[in-house]
Design a protein around this ligand. Sequence first.
Ligand SMILES: [Zn+2]
Length: 166
Amino acid sequence: MLRIGLGGPDRPSIRFLKEWPRGFYISPLVDNFDCELQRFLTERYFKDGAALFGRESPEELQTIREWARGYLDETSDDDVYLIAQYFVQRVRNYVHLQTLSEARIVHAISYGCEAHNGRVIDVELSRAKLRVIRRLSLLEYSEEVWGRDLGFPPFSIECICRIEGL
Ligand SMILES: [Zn+2]
């Protein structure tokens, strides 16, 4: 499996996010064209925050809210956390898929994902899908990809399934 040093930079994910031509879609609740918000989330979670993920304090969630410049002022901590989690889960799984030749799903413990546990993923098909979605506009991504089950994790915004090489 992909090893991420706790607290160290996750360089494959940072590189991957730089290759996303129109930025990476974050959530319908924020301004996805805000490059500074995208940069903040990238740095927070992949440059120096790998160890932080999953253990956010209310203060840390408030920092995300501040970077969203008003868009998340009425949004609960749980929902701000889900936005960050879904951002990280997508990037990690997308990056991981690119490094594997065969893969199966592990850690399928989130609600609705139990049936996926141990399932083998069609890596070739998943990569083909990734090539297509990488070219989508942010609006197209929001309509066609965000929150949807594409055949690989995350299957939903709450999904924390991982993939593992075979
Ligand atoms: Zn899942």
